[in-house]
Design a protein around this ligand. Structure first.
Ligand code: SF4
Length: 564
């Protein structure tokens, strides 16, 4: 936190005329961290955010022609002006909420400040109420999901760094480090080491590193990208918060082998939120093969700095960037946010309005929950198995050192359920035994006037929502079965069951009365048909094989006819 920030008259906030406000501001933050009122102590990174949000209010007070130099002199119109400006600004709703929340806290902590506000800046309302938001919709707005197309590019690029580029970059980096004089900067002589390793022997032909790294500066840049790629993959494949990821230390990865079962991979770290102690508590998260590989790369990437500084964190600055060994500790959340911005710019990821995509570390958490809940339908084929592994492990074993993450996943499952019902009810073209039956039922209800004509359109949305709520409350469930169909599960008609659930991997979509096939499944069936025709062209000799191909061909043709 820099207290000597510039004020509207061009002077610094540390000048004697601001002394009372400065001391009160520090007492406020001290209270939040060490003597919280009816709340858990704030972590260091959150404290920095509150500092910035409170600074915004302080700068507002100082910009009047008669600046307000003490909190006790704040009047209602100062707060109204501030809130009005904030509400009219183009900041996102989450940021506005946090600014108002800092104001609310400033009043709550008035008894620990020697100069405190006398008036209640929010007039007895909560920050959420002033914004017109309830907390659940606020959380929804704060934690956006990374869109699939952006996520796909981001994750594929990160996997490339870990699986394809890491070996080469780390070998080059270690060669450079080997000739570095202790305590000296790298110099031109070290550049010779860049050519010791040939990119082609690492299979990098046709990649961005085909020509290798041309300079030490470029090596540093690529190593930073590698470290950022590690962050992306751990955040996305575990759902951990940024503070939890930045607390990972060497040997944090535990592989638990059970005979006859897939290995379980755990990442050990510390959880801070809601723990009531600033140093947090130990906790572990289910990882997967991707996170295990990433931790291995990260351990090697930071080994040199860790040895020199005797810091065990996996997020120490990488060796090539360190001039002298220093007890710098782990990177901070702000550095990671900055690195993510640079990474996104390097990949050229844009949002819908063509601006660089704004990637906040917290977005990975919600996106993780979404992909675990939808592992069967995820477009990220490279990580499909990973999420299946995490999903099964979570269901069977996860006992909740991170209850909020569990709740996020349950909420995502509910969303998925609603979405699947919505798609099944509104689509006009359906195939599969269940789809044909459902289409007939809805068509008949519309013809007889039991459902309005616009039931399947935008205007019928409200009615559909109500119907889906009733269906869910009465225990009805619909499951996406990979890319082939939906299963509106009714145990009495199921061709596959496992207690009260369908056994999705044994699904028989062409024959089961629970199977609903919609237009979104058409590409899958077109591919089945074309693959089948290709195999028939080969004229296989074995009669059972020929019969199987004929059956598959007939089923896919029937389904595609139903969808056309
Ligand atoms: S075969 Fe099983 S999974 Fe497939 S639709 Fe029928 S009950 Fe559902």
């Amino acid at each position: 936190m820099s207290w000597a920030f510039e004020t509207p008259d061009g002077s610094r906030f540390t000048k004697p005329r601001f002394r009372q406000m400065l001391i009160a501001f520090k007492q406020f933050l001290f209270g939040l961290r060490w003597h919280p009122i009816n709340a858990a102590p704030l972590s260091a990174s959150t404290l920095i955010s509150v500092f910035r949000q409170t600074k915004r209010f302080v700068l507002h007070l100082l910009k009047y022609s008669n600046p307000v130099l003490r909190f006790r002199d704040v009047l209602p119109h100062h707060c109204e002006d501030y809130i009005g400006d904030l509400m009219r600004s183009s900041f996102n709703v989450g940021y506005k909420y946090h600014c108002l929340n800092a104001l609310e806290k400033l009043f709550v902590y008035r008894h620990v400040m020697q100069d405190a506000m006398i008036i209640d800046p929010l007039n007895g309302e909560t920050s959420g109420k002033v914004l017109g938001w309830d907390i659940s919709s606020l959380l929804e707005a704060q934690t956006e999901v990374i869109p699939d197309e952006t996520l796909g590019l981001l994750v594929r690029a990160s996997i490339d760094y870990i699986d394809r580029f890491a070996c080469y970059l780390l070998d080059v980096s270690e060669a450079v480090e080997a000739v570095r004089q202790p305590g000296r900067r790298l110099d031109a002589n070290s550049s010779g080491c860049l050519r010791l390793h040939s990119p082609s022997s690492y299979g990098l032909s046709g990649t961005k590193l085909e020509q290798g790294v041309a300079s030490l500066q470029e090596l540093n840049k690529e190593l930073c990208y590698l470290q950022t790629a590690c962050f992306v993959l751990i955040a996305f494949s575990t759902g951990m918060r940024v503070s939890e990821i930045l607390s990972l230390k060497e040997d944090c990865c535990e592989i638990q082998a059970e005979p006859g079962q897939a290995d379980l991979i755990w990442l050990h770290s510390r959880v801070f939120k809601m723990q009531g102690v600033p140093e947090g508590r130990r906790a572990k998260w289910i990882g997967g093969p991707v996170s295990a590989r990433t931790v291995t790369v990260l351990e090697r990437l930071t080994r040199s700095t860790r040895r020199r500084t005797k810091v065990r964190s996996l997020w120490v600055p990488i060796a090539a960037l360190v001039f002298k060994p220093r007890d710098a500790g782990a990177l901070k959340g702000d550095t990671i946010r900055y690195r993510l911005d640079v990474f996104v710019t390097m990949l050229g990821l844009k949002d819908s309005s063509g601006r660089p995509f704004h990637l906040h570390p917290h977005m990975f958490r919600r996106t993780f929950a979404r992909h675990v809940a939808r592992h069967d339908t995820t477009n990220l084929l490279a990580l499909k198995e990973h999420f299946k592994h995490v999903s099964l492990s979570m269901t069977d074993l996860y006992v909740g050192s991170d209850v909020e993450l569990w709740q996020l996943m349950v909420a995502e499952e509910e969303n998925l359920l609603f979405e699947s019902f919505e798609k099944a009810l509104r689509t006009e073209r359906m195939a599969g035994p269940g789809g044909s039956r459902l289409k007939k039922t809805i068509d008949a209800a519309i013809a007889e006037g039991r459902l309005p004509k616009e039931f399947r359109g935008e205007a019928g949305q409200y009615l559909r929502k109500r119907m889906i709520r009733d269906l869910v409350e009465s225990g009805q469930r619909i499951y996406p079965c990979a890319a082939s169909n939906y299963c509106w599960f009714r145990p009495e008609f199921a061709l596959c069951t496992q207690e009260d659930y369908p056994l999705l991997k044994r699904c028989n979509p062409g024959a089961c009365t629970n199977s609903i096939i919609t237009l979104e499944h058409k590409p899958h069936w077109e591919k089945i048909l074309s693959d089948c025709e290709d195999l028939m062209e080969l004229k296989p000799k074995a009669e059972p094989y020929q019969r199987a191909l004929r059956d598959i061909h007939a089923v896919s043709c029937k389904i595609l006819r139903g969808l056309s």
